[in-house]
Design a binder for this molecule. Structure first.
Ligand SMILES: [Zn+2]
Length: 547
C-alpha cells in the first residue's frame, strides 16, 4: 500500500493494518449497538472505523494544543466523540497492580485500543481558510481525503463547489452525521455573489445576514465591494455579531481606502484573511497606495503584483506601533483574529519552486495542475511574465509581512492557520503544512505554531470544545509516529526522508490516524486513495470505447 522506497514504514504499516482489521472484526457487534449517528456511515470502508463506545489510545506523548509542553506517556480515554480523560500510564499500571493485589477484577478492555507507544497525539489541525473547489473533474472526496490525510480535522470553508449557502449547510450537516469522509466543517459563504440588490445596501444586508443565520450558516466571507462599502460592512458586522456569526474579511484593494485593516477590525471583523490592508493602515506620507497609471484592478497580474508592493510603501514604526495596538484593541473588544495565509502567495516570491513541488506528480490531479497554469480564465493564474524583479519585490514584501505577524503575536495577538489552498500551485493539506512551516519562518516557536493550528483555530470557528486535548472536549485528534515539535514536515502526505551519513535514505509517512468526532481514519489509506485517483486521471483516454 506504500511506494517502494518507503522501506521502514511499509513493514510497520502492513502489520498495523492487519492488527486493525482483526480488531475491527471483533468490534462489529459493539458498534452495531450504537445509535445511528454514532456509527460510521460506511463501516466497510477500509479508511475509517468508529466512533466507539470506548476507545483507548495507550502510551502516547501528548501535545495538548494549549501551548503547553509535550507530556507523557499517557493513555487517552475517549467515549463516543468526546475525550473522557487523560491519565498518566504509570498511574494506571500502579492502580491496576494495587487492584490486582486487593483481589479486584481486571479492568474492562476498551472497545478499541490503539497502542501508541512512541507516538505523539495532538488536537487535529484546524484550517480556517479553505475553498472546496470541487467540480465534475475534482471530486470533493479528493479534497477531503487530502485534508484528513494531513491531520486536518476542521475546516472553515468559503465555498463547496459553488457558493450556494443552502448547499454548503447541507454538506456540513452530512459531515456532522458521518455520511461523508471529511473534516468537521464551518461555512462562511461569499458576500455579494449573485444579483440580489440587497447585498449593496445596509438594510438589505441585515436581512440577508438574518436569512443566512436561519439557514444554519456560521459566518460571512466579505471580499471587496459591495460588502466593503463602509455602511454595508457596518451593517453586516453588526447583524452578524447579534446572531453570533463570524465575519471573515479579505480586504479587497477596491475598497481598502478607507476600509483598511485597522478600520475593518475595529468595525467588527472576526478575522482578516491574507495580508491586505495592514500596510495601508500604516501610511504616513500618503493615504492611498501609489499605483502605476496603467493599473487595472480587474487585471489579476496588476492586482497581485501591486498588493505586494504596498508593503514597500509601509511606514514600519507606525505598522509595529499604532497599527498593532489598534488591532489588539479590536481583539480585546471584538475577538479579532489574524489569519495570514502566508503559504498561498509563495509562488509570488518563487514560482519555480511552487510549480515543481515534489508531490505534484503523485497528488495533484492533472485538471487541478492545469488550473494553476497561466490562464486569464482562471482566478489567480497570472504567472505570464513573472520576472526576477517581481519575485524580489514580493520576497521583500514577505520579510516585512512575516515580521509584522510575528510581532503581532509577540505583543499578544491571536494568529490562526489558514491555507487558502486550491490556487497558485498550493494543494489541499500540503498547503496547511506549508503554512505551519512559514509561521516558523516568521519566528513562531514550534509550540506557538501548533497552538495557532489548534486552540486559535477553535477560537476562529467559535467552538469552545475544540482544539485542545482536554477532558470533555471533542475527540478530534491526530496520531503521529514522529514529533511535530521537532519538524512540522512530519505532517506532509508524501512523508519525510532522512538521509544518514551512510547516505541511506529512510522514508517515513508519519501521520498514522486522523480522528474526527471519535471516528478513526487511517490517514495513509486516505492518501493512497488520493494517489489512486491521480494515477487513474493520468491514464491515457481510450479512443472509441463506449462509456
Ligand atoms: Zn481564499
Amino acid at each position: 500500500m506504500l511506494e517502494l522506497n518507503h522501506r521502514g514504514a511499509t513493514l510497520e504499516m502492513t502489520t498495523a493494518f492487519k492488527k486493525w482489521t482483526i480488531c475491527a472484526g471483533l468490534l462489529c457487534a459493539a458498534v452495531l449497538n450504537l445509535p445511528p449517528q454514532m456509527r460510521g456511515q460506511n463501516a466497510s470502508a477500509p479508511e475509517q472505523s468508529g466512533p466507539y463506545p470506548s476507545l483507548e489510545i495507550r502510551n502516547v506523548t501528548v501535545i495538548d494544543g494549549s501551548g503547553g509542553p509535550a507530556f507523557g506517556p499517557v493513555n487517552i480515554y475517549i467515549k463516543g466523540n468526546r475525550i473522557e480523560r487523560v491519565v498518566s500510564t504509570d498511574a494506571i499500571s500502579r492502580k491496576e497492580k494495587d487492584d490486582e493485589a486487593a483481589g479486584g477484577k481486571p479492568p474492562k478492555q476498551a472497545d478499541r485500543v490503539i497502542d501508541g507507544k512512541g507516538m505523539y497525539v495532538m488536537p487535529g489541525l484546524i484550517d480556517v481558510h479553505i475553498h472546496i473547489n470541487s467540480s465534475k473533474d475534482v471530486p470533493a472526496e479528493y479534497i477531503y481525503k487530502l485534508l484528513l490525510g494531513h491531520g486536518v480535522t476542521t475546516i472553515r470553508t468559503f465555498n463547496v463547489g459553488n457558493d450556494d449557502p443552502r448547499a454548503m449547510v447541507e454538506e456540513k450537516k452530512k459531515i456532522a452525521a458521518n455520511q461523508i469522509i471529511a473534516p468537521r466543517m464551518y461555512v462562511y459563504p461569499f458576500w455579494g455573489r449573485g444579483d440580489d440588490p440587497r447585498y449593496s445596501n445596509p438594510d438589505g444586508a441585515r436581512q440577508i445576514v438574518d436569512e443566512w443565520h436561519a439557514l444554519g450558516v456560521d459566518g460571512i466571507k466579505v471580499i471587496g465591494k459591495p460588502g466593503q462599502w463602509p455602511d454595508v460592512f457596518h451593517a453586516i458586522a453588526d447583524q452578524a455579531r447579534k446572531n453570533g456569526m463570524g465575519v471573515a474579511v479579505h480586504i479587497g484593494q477596491d475598497g481598502v481606502y478607507p476600509m483598511n485593516a485597522v478600520q475593518i477590525a475595529s468595525e467588527g471583523a472576526s478575522t482578516i484573511e491574507h495580508h491586505y490592508g495592514y500596510p495601508e493602515s500604516s501610511y504616513t506620507t500618503r493615504t492611498i497606495q501609489d499605483l502605476p497609471p496603467g493599473y487595472n484592478y480587474s487585471n489579476e497580474a496588476d492586482r497581485f503584483l501591486e498588493t505586494g508592493r504596498s508593503w514597500l510603501q509601509a511606514d514600519l514604526p507606525k505598522l509595529h506601533g499604532e497599527v498593532i495596538h489598534s488591532l489588539l484593541d479590536s481583539m480585546h473588544k471584538n475577538g479579532f483574529i489574524m489569519v495570514p495565509t502566508f503559504s498561498i502567495y509563495e509562488a509570488n516570491r518563487d514560482v519555480t519552486r511552487a510549480a515543481n513541488l515534489p508531490w505534484h506528480s503523485t497528488y495533484t490531479l492533472p485538471v487541478v495542475m492545469d488550473s494553476f497554469l497561466p490562464n486569464p480564465a482562471h482566478h489567480a493564474s497570472y504567472f505570464y511574465e513573472w520576472t526576477s524583479n517581481k519575485e524580489s519585490d514580493w520576497a521583500r514584501a514577505y520579510r516585512r509581512w512575516l515580521d509584522f505577524v510575528n510581532d503581532y503575536k509577540n505583543q499578544g495577538g491571536v494568529v490562526a492557520v489558514g491555507s487558502d489552498t486550491g490556487f497558485l500551485f498550493e494543494l489541499w493539506g500540503f498547503g496547511t503544512i506549508r503554512e505551519l512551516e512559514m509561521l516558523e519562518e516568521a519566528g513562531f516557536s514550534p509550540l506557538e505554531t501548533l497552538h495557532a493550528a489548534t486552540e486559535n483555530g477553535a477560537k476562529v470557528v467559535k467552538n469552545p470544545e475544540l482544539g485542545l486535548i482536554r477532558q470533555g472536549y471533542l475527540a478530534d485528534l491526530v496520531v503521529l509516529t514522529e514529533n511535530p515539535l521537532a519538524d512540522v514536515k512530519v505532517f506532509y502526505g508524501n512523508g519525510v526522508t532522512r538521509v544518514g551519513e551512510d547516505r541511506k535514505e529512510v522514508h517515513e509517512q508519519c501521520v498514522k490516524y486522523t480522528i474526527r468526532d471519535g471516528v478513526i481514519f487511517d490517514s495513509q489509506a486516505l492518501l493512497k486513495d488520493v494517489r489512486d485517483m491521480v494515477a487513474k486521471a493520468k491514464l491515457p483516454k481510450r479512443e472509441g470505447t463506449k462509456p
